[in-house]
Each structure stands twice: as C-alpha cells, then as structure tokens.
Design a protein around this ligand. Sequence first.
Ligand code: DC
Length: 202
Amino acid sequence: MRFTIAIDGPAAAGKGTISKAVAAHFGFAHLDTGLLYRAVGARTLDGTDAVAAARALQAGDIEAENLRTAEVAQAASKVAVIPEVRAALVDFQRAFARRAGGAVLDGRDIGTVICPEAEAKLFVTASAEVRAERRFLELEAKGAEVTRAQVLADVKERDARDMDRSEAPLKPAGDAVLIDTSALSIDEAVAKAIATIEARIA
Ligand code: DC
C-alpha cells in the first residue's frame, strides 16, 4: 500500500510530535525533512559549500547528533533558500514518500512541492509567541543559555526567511487541513490530526 501524509508548518508548531505520533498510529515510516536541511546547514558551518553538501548528502547524515541546535537551525533556513540545494534533496524525499507501507513526511513544502499528490495534507501552525515559548522551554531543559526574547526573535527571523523565499516558500497547500495548536495539548493536537487523516482514508 502506498499512502503519503504531508505535514507542513512553521518551526515549533508541533509538526514533529504530531508526525511521529501519526506515523506510529498508522504504522507508517516517518521522515523529518528539516533534518536534510539541517545536515546541509551543519556542513556549511565547517566551511563546505551548501550545494556541494546537498549533492553529497547520505541518508545516514541525518542521524548526526548536533543537528538540533539553534545555530544549525538558522544555517538550515539559510541553505533552504538556495534552489540548487532544494533540487538536490527532491528525489530522496519523493522516493521516501512513495515507499511501500505508507509514509509521513514533515517539513515546509511537502504538500505544495514535494508531494502535491499526497493522500492527506495537514498544515500545523501556532502563534509565534506560543511556538517561541515551547522552543524556549525545550532549550532551557537542555541547559542552553537563552532568553525568551532571543528565542522569539529567532522564531520570527526563521518564519520570515521560510515564508518570503521565492523557491518553495512555507504556505499551506490549497487542499491542506489547518490545525492551529496554540490552545491545544499534545494529545488533543495528535487526536485531531489522526481524525483528519482517518476521514481521508475513509
Ligand atoms: O523543521 P526544521 O526546524 O528542522 O527545519 C529547519 C529549516 O529547514 C527550516 O527553517 C527551513 C528548512 N526546511 C525547508 O525549507 N523545507 C523543508 N521541507 C523542511 C525544512
């Protein structure tokens, strides 16, 4: 069975948590496509050319440990504006999407560019303030020395770059179902996502 679930949205809206839970619920494989851009961004911090890094990317590179830092997130968002970087990552994502057994991909352009034919599309969002607070608590728990104001500025900067780029900008697909998680608990958001997809399957 081939069934693709596309889950897009801005940073820290809850996409990752929802995608993992949805994949587990349906027994589908999951790809966090942000990790592809993060792996490329991380290479540029060592001085590697972004396009060369994207073309040389191996599946195992997204398992690297240092990809979740704020520095790598900003680097990822910068390499993500380069059309040749995006082009180099398309085939891997499309092959993953059509694998037998079903797939969940989360990112920014899955429903619009990578898998416009996906059987189910969600756009998960939340206010910038709510997203920044969630990210701040995550970073604080890891012992990072950041302020709320810094994290909010970071979230807004990344949103602007992701939404304003000309190539595959962050926006909901016309046929995506919007889920605003600002006032939802994790369990409520996951239940809403699963119910939406089940309605599509039926
Ligand atoms: O989802 P994330 O925070 O790990 O993504 C990091 C950056 O990668 C994000 O700011 C923009 C980019 N990205 C993208 O352009 N397209 C995707 N499908 C996924 C991520």
